[in-house]
Structure formats: C-alpha cells, structure tokens
Design a protein around this ligand. Structure first.
Ligand SMILES: NC(=O)c1ccc[n+]([C@@H]2O[C@H](COP(=O)([O-])OP(=O)(O)OC[C@H]3O[C@@H](n4cnc5c(N)ncnc54)[C@H](O)[C@@H]3O)[C@@H](O)[C@H]2O)c1
Length: 253
C-alpha cells in the first residue's frame, strides 16, 4: 500500500517540471491527484501517464492567478473525491531581467503567479480543510531565491520571499486546526526553467562550482521531499522552509 493511500491531493503546475514529478510520485503512492495547469497538452500528458500506470488523476485547466479558476479547482476536486488532504503549489514563473530593466508588467506577473496564485489556492483549500476537519498538509514550492538576492531576478526573489512568509503565517494560524504548512526551497533543478543554462556546457560547468554536490538536481528529488511533507512521517513538521539545493545556499552564505 502506498504512503498516500486514500489521500486526495491537488498539485498546481502539474503539467511540467517539479509539479509534474510530484503529481506522478503522489499518484504512484496511492493518492488521487487533481492536476491543475494552464497548459492543456502538458496536463493531458501527465494525466495519461498517471492513468497508464494504474493511478487516479483529474486534469483541471486553470490559471492560478484567476480566483474563479482557483475556486473551481477546489470545488471539482472536492466534488470528485469528497476531501482534500494535500495541496502542492508548484505553478510558477521566472524570467531573468536586470533590475534596471524590469517592467511594471513583469513585476506584476511574477507577483501574481508566484505569490497571489499561491495565496488564492492555499486559502480556498485551507477553508475546505477547516470546514471538513481535515488535518491536511499544504506544501508551497518556493525557492532558495526567497532567501538570497540572486542577480537579475529581483521580482522572482521577492515573490518567493513572500511565499516563505506566507508559509510561516499560515502555519501559525492553521496549526490549531491540525493543518501543517511548509515550503520547499529548491536550488538549481533541471526543468524547462533552467534548460537554457544547462545546454551551455561552459556556463553550467562554471555555475556548478557553486554547488558542493557538483551537479544539477532532478525534479524527482524534490518530489521525494514533497512526499515526506505530504505523508504522516512529517506529522510534527510545520512552518518550515526546507532547502534542497545540493548544499549551494550554505556555501554562498
Ligand atoms: N527549476 C528550478 O531550478 C527551480 C528552483 C527553485 C524553485 N522552482 C520553482 O518550482 C516551481 C516549478 O518550476 P519548474 O522548474 O517545474 O518550472 P516549469 O516551467 O517546468 O513548470 C511550471 C508549470 O507551471 C505552470 N504554470 C505557470 N503559470 C501558471 C499559472 N498562472 N496557472 C497555472 N499553471 C501555471 C506551467 O504551465 C508549467 O507546467 C516554480 O514555482 C518555480 O519557481 C524551480
């Protein structure tokens, strides 16, 4: 029996990268997975892969910045399975721009997807958990960039710092209802977001000098940490920002 047997999980950004790896991992551990994403083709691909492996998935096309879409994710998931035990917020964007060149539109979009989107789905899911008396687990996919000021990503860094404080604030308030809220802060993970750098051998060789483990992380490694936070094994862990970065942040500090 899987570690998430009979649990219901919502995963945003489930179409690609880290969210996709988490959706696949959770389904393989027995969870019913509501997979939400903007990208219809990516969503079809991940839900068919889950079903082909014998798992259970519900694809939900949604933009996490739109409150009506977010409310629909929660309503549809609850209508389908009658509970929501776990939420993972992985939908996110990161576009590199020098501080002096960041436009108002870029700033607003990063804050809207990464921070407001995380707030909207977390609040609506937590309301359902509280109403149902579910002692659930909410997992935000944040970033080490929420803890340090990496160049050319001021808008992204700020959005993730906001996610880290949202995590702590929610954990304080929702703890009384038995709901745990944690953030995972990945370092450099191989996904669409980072592929352009990985494809440049001399640049990536230079970059990896800052990573003590000397390699890029994989989405499945982040999924393993999410599985721990979703399962009973982390029952006394809340309000934490867990770093998974091959030791990079420690080295920079
Ligand atoms: N890849 C890394 O190195 C890295 C490091 C730290 C943190 N992260 C964080 O991990 C999360 C996932 O990133 P990834 O690397 O897997 O990227 P990705 O681009 O591979 O996947 C992101 C997914 O989110 C979806 N998405 C984007 N905007 C959306 C919206 N408004 N509504 C719904 N879905 C939306 C995309 O369609 C895509 O499927 C992000 O929050 C990112 O900030 C990634």
């Amino acid at each position: 029996m899987g570690r998430l047997f009979s649990k219901v999980a919502i995963v945003t950004g489930a179409g690609m990268g880290i969210g996709r790896a988490i959706a696949l991992k959770f389904a393989s551990e027995g969870a019913c997975v509501a997979a939400a994403d903007l990208d219809t083709a990516a969503l079809e691909s991940v839900t068919s892969e889950i079903r082909a492996a014998g798992g259970t998935a519900l694809p939900l096309i949604a933009d996490v910045t739109v409150k009506a879409d977010v409310d629909r994710i929660v309503e549809r998931t609850f209508a389908e399975w009658g509970a929501i035990d776990v939420l993972v917020t992985s939908a996110g964007i990161c576009q590199e721009t020098e501080f002096l060149a960041i436009t108002e539109e870029e700033w607003d979009r990063h804050l809207a997807v990464n921070l407001k989107g995380t707030f909207l789905i977390s609040q609506q899911t937590a309301r359902t958990m509280v109403e149902c008396g579910t002692r659930g687990s909410i997992i935000h996919i944040s970033s080490v960039n929420g803890m340090q000021g990496e160049a050319n990503q001021a808008h992204y860094n700020v959005s993730k710092a906001g996610v880290n404080l949202l995590t702590m604030s929610m954990a304080v308030e929702l703890g009384r209802a038995g709901i745990r809220v944690n953030a995972i802060c990945p370092g450099f993970i191989q996904t669409r977001l980072t592929q352009a750098l990985i494809d440049q051998p001399s640049l990536i060789r230079e970059y990896l000098k800052s990573v003590p483990l000397g390699r890029v992380g994989q989405p499945e490694e982040v999924a393993n940490m999410a599985l721990f936070l979703a399962s009973y094994e982390s029952n006394y862990v809340s309000g934490q920002t867990l770093v998974i970065d091959g030791g990079q942040l420690n080295k920079l500090a």
